[in-house]
Design a protein around this ligand. Structure first.
Ligand code: KG4
Ligand code: ZN
Length: 348
């Protein structure tokens, strides 16, 4: 008798996406449903936790039902229920955690808790078409709206944090600079679009490397530099953005993007050298950025010997539940289960 696939139902509600997915054996995506709340937060220029939480409560049931339907499975086919319980907005996370606990209890299936950031890294692992022939240890760069982290990754479950941001996350910097430039929310995709017609060498924005050995990041300086550039050093000058030409805005966006990308790639190279890694994994919302993907590819190709780069597919860069169900598979195999005392945690 052949062994049956392990089907895991994953749930993700850490920020402003309500997502559920069914993934078999950690790799075969049977369904992936993501209900985005971008339109609800747009007018505030950022995610409002109370609005996010309420929207998750409204969406969680239909999203779960759709994920099961689309995967053509019923509760009987599900082997475990997994949920991202940290880090994120506590009142958003708690919606997914409560739903996962309820299903685990009612269906009598094991409950698995995963770290949202580690799950982002798993999205990059999914890009490994050779399936398990990945050379580890790898260096993983996770760049999202809330986090900028470098990890050493020995296996999907063995991650060591090498560095993280001291202030703003990379995605947060994209979002804030987009707001300064009056570009639509969310900022990352807007900056990328506008930057395509800009000159990345037009403005020399600072590259904060934090000393020769640091693997930490700081992006608040560059955000302030863009603000000063637009409003004058003393911030007393008028906001020039309204009177700037489209080309000027494009040049600022391209120069900002180039500075952030350069820092992310150089720090990743540092981490690769320090840990003698053979593979780089790239995930998180900002990993959807084409300039970053290309610059990272160039760095990996030009290393001697070349480094293998695995980048999450664009649809799995931003928050989704496939990454949650996929990572949960390794916990399932290792027997690492949670129980009904599981709580949502802001940090992690
Ligand atoms: O991973 P994610 O969906 O949510 C968090 O866990 O934070 O990442 C969202 C972040 C936002 O800051 C968004 O502006 C950024 O990812 N982002 C991008 C791009 N697409 C999304 N940043 C740069 N370029 C993009 N194409
Ligand atoms: Zn995320």
């Amino acid at each position: 008798m052949g062994s049956r696939q392990v089907n895991i139902l994953g749930i993700e509600t850490s920020c402003d996406e309500t997502a559920a997915a069914v993934v078999a054996d950690g790799r075969v995506v049977k369904s992936s449903v993501v209900a985005s709340q971008t339109d609800l937060h747009e007018k505030y220029g950022g995610v409002v936790p109370e609005i996010a939480s309420r929207a998750h409560i409204e969406k969680i049931y239909p999203v779960l039902a759709e994920a099961l339907n689309a995967a053509k499975v019923t509760r009987n086919d599900i082997d475990a229920v997994a949920v991202a319980n940290q880090p994120g907005l506590t009142i958003a996370l708690v919606v997914g955690v409560t739903a996962a606990k309820a299903l685990s209890f009612a269906w009598e299936k094991p409950l698995i808790a995963v770290n949202h950031l580690h799950a982002h890294l798993q999205s990059a692992m999914l890009a490994d078409s050779a399936c398990g022939e990945l050379e580890l240890p790898a260096v993983a760069l996770i760049v999202s709206g809330g986090h900028t982290c470098l990890y050493q990754c020995r296996s999907p479950l063995e991650l060591r944090l090498l560095g993280s941001t001291n202030d703003d996350a990379a995605g947060e910097a994209f979002d804030k600079v987009a707001a300064i430039l009056s570009l639509p929310y969310p900022g990352g995709p807007s900056i990328e679009k506008v930057a395509a017609t800009g000159n990345p060498r037009a403005v020399e924005f600072p590259r904060s490397m934090l000393g020769p050995d640091s693997l930490d990041f700081s992006f608040s300086g560059i955000k302030t530099a863009v603000l000063y550039y637009c409003r004058g050093q003393d911030m007393k000058g008028e906001d020039r953005v309204g009177s700037m030409s489209q080309q000027e805005i494009a040049d600022i966006a391209a120069s900002f993007q180039a500075a952030v990308v350069e820092v992310l790639v150089k720090k990743t190279r540092r981490a690769v050298r320090k840990t003698r890694a053979r593979t780089v994994l790239l995930g998180g919302g900002v990993a959807a950025n084409t300039a970053l993907r290309q610059a990272m590819e160039r760095m990996c190709q030009s290393s001697t010997p070349p480094i293998r780069l695995l980048v999450a597919a664009k649809r799995y860069c931003t928050d989704n539940a496939v990454m949650v169900a996929s990572l949960a598979y390794y916990k399932y195999k290792a027997g690492l289960f949670a129980d009904l005392s599981l709580e949502a945690k802001a940090t992690g």
